[in-house]
Design a protein around this ligand. Structure first.
Ligand code: NAP
Ligand code: MG
Length: 476
């Protein structure tokens, strides 16, 4: 049957695929605006079956050894590698991501994370003695994992792999736009031998399935990645029911250039910051969407940006927005920024993207941005960079601009000396910060301060979020 006429089942419960009755999700390519695939959706009436399956599986899966689970992760990484082409095609279909970004960032990155977590749990201290007690780290139980569409595979991996690693079982509710990739992930877990019920999938509307999942007495913990607005409601509902809850929310991260950065280093800092902002068309929670430079470096910064941004041609180097509605939302932000007096250096709300069709937004740079204005404070989730300045002789003022945010997810500091830049980085109130273009580390914890969330993914901290303590006292 043709992919576009076949309707794929959107639920996987207790090891079997199931069709739903909540309508069909028609996934449209953001590049061609053509139908890619159709997925059957379920509604809240499927939540109980999925949670019961996860509870039943928990009694045996929670008793597996660390080595058994590490080997399961090794096999899963292998199965995802075998399915690499299919996964890449799926992410391209969902996001319209440029192929090289789809390969390296959307697919190879998550596979590497699985391998990293497998290695980390082999070293993790699941048991230790204190006096007459043995302290066991035990799995929290059944996890409701709710994920966004922006990095469809990565977001699933960050939660589900931590659950598998610790002996938890999962009900996964992916974003509708990421349903196809979620299905491929589930198929890989089947081939890798993940036991029935350990991972259950519910494709459907978050506003319907989400509250039912959080309410269900069989769910022990909610792990959510998405917007602040939805995160607030999830945190409140989880608090009401005394359930553990981790929230990975939005960001408005800053790349701060110190006054001693000059010449080639300034060019590099500006180019890398732009690339970070535009990665995944700006649909990245940790994107450095504010570039903060000393006043005297502004002119050269804008020259470098103008040159560099011209290379981001759609669709080869810059993908579209995920949906027509999201594009409109991004354009609205841009119109308000321009009305607020932001100066258009490149792109802008009236600039036509170079692609003829698709939900593209021209990559946009604003200068003369008031640090209190919406474009400096709110997450746009599009290819939009705001350039801000601070007085040359006042690094403290630069740090203040960086910290003037409701968010605290990510960021960067650039300086002529690594050690001094690292000292400034320590004053930036965010969950992670990169000094002088240092690379992403999958072994380090990822998560946010302030409205960027609660809890961590990846690293030992990401494993611990799925574990509880049990102290067993022994007679001496
Ligand atoms: P979203 O609208 O908050 O949705 C996230 C997930 O929650 C989706 O699966 C959604 O389902 C579901 N959902 C919607 N309403 C719900 C409700 N009332 N109860 C429970 N679940 C509900 O976010 P998004 O638009 O997918 O993603 C963009 C946002 O995610 C941005 O703000 C971004 O910063 C944030 N994000 C954060 C991180 C991080 O690690 N900190 C990473 C990536 C993205 P539907 O799709 O069916 O609506
Ligand atoms: Mg949404």
């Amino acid at each position: 049957m043709d992919k576009t006429t076949e309707v794929l089942p959107g639920a996987y419960i207790a090891g079997a695929w199931r069709a739903g009755s909540a309508g069909v999700y028609e996934q449209i390519s953001p590049v061609t605006e053509e139908l890619v695939q159709r997925i059957d959706l379920v509604d809240a009436s499927s939540v109980d079956d999925a949670v019961v399956a996860a509870r039943e599986a928990f009694s045996s899966f929670s008793q597996t050894t660390v080595e058994e689970r590490a080997q399961l992760l090794d096999r899963l990484a292998e199965e995802l590698s075998v399915a690499r082409d299919e996964l890449v095609a799926s992410v391209v279909g969902e996001l319209g991501a440029p192929i090289r970004i789809a390969e390296s960032v959307h697919v190879d990155g998550p596979i590497r994370i699985i391998q990293t977590i497998a290695a980390q749990i082999r070293e993790f201290e699941f048991e230790r003695s204190v006096g007459n007690s043995v302290i066991h780290r035990v799995p929290v139980g059944v996890i409701a994992a709710i994920t966004p569409w922006n990095y469809p595979l990565h977001q699933i991996v960050a939660k589900v792999i931590a659950a598998f690693a610790t002996g938890c079982t999962v009900v996964l509710k992916p974003a509708e736009a990421g349903s196809g990739t979620a299905r491929l992930f589930v198929e890989a877990t089947q081939r890798a031998g993940v036991p029935a019920g350990v991972l259950n999938l519910l494709c459907g509307r978050g506003s319907d399935i989400g509250p039912a999942l959080i309410d269900h007495p069989g769910v022990d913990m909610v792990s959510f990645t998405g917007s602040v607005a939805v995160g607030r409601r999830i945190g409140a509902a989880a608090g009401e029911r005394i359930k553990r809850c981790t929230l990975e929310l939005g960001g408005k991260s800053a790349s701060l250039v110190l006054p001693d950065v000059q010449g080639e280093q300034l060019i590099k800092a500006v180019k890398v910051s732009l690339a970070n902002c535009l990665l995944n068309s700006g649909q990245t929670c940790s994107a450095w969407t504010r570039l903060i430079v000393p006043e005297s470096a502004l002119e050269q910064t804008l020259e470098v940006l103008t040159d560099a941004v011209a290379k981001y041609q759609e669709p080869a180097r810059l993908g579209p927005m995920v949906s027509a509605e999201h594009r409109e939302r991004v354009l609205e932000f841009m119109r308000r920024a321009e009305a607020d007096g932001a100066r258009v250096i490149a792109g802008g709300s009236t600039s036509a993207p170079s692609a003829q069709r698709g939900w593209f937004v021209a990559p946009t740079i604003y200068a003369g941005v008031d640090p209190k204005s919406e474009i400096a404070q709110e997450e746009v989730f599009g290819p939009v960079l705001a350039v801000l300045t601070y007085p040359d002789d006042d690094v403290d003022a630069g740090v203040d601009v960086a910290n003037d945010s409701q968010y605290g997810l990510s960021g960067a500091v650039w300086g002529a000396h690594d050690a001094e830049a690292a000292r400034v980085a320590a004053r930036v109130r965010t969950g992670q910060v990169d000094v002088n273009g240092a690379r992403f580390n999958p072994e380090a914890p990822f998560g946010g301060f302030k409205n960027s969330g609660i809890g961590r993914e990846l690293g030992a901290a990401g494993i611990e979020d799925y574990l509880d303590y049990q102290a067993v006292q022994l007679p001496q």
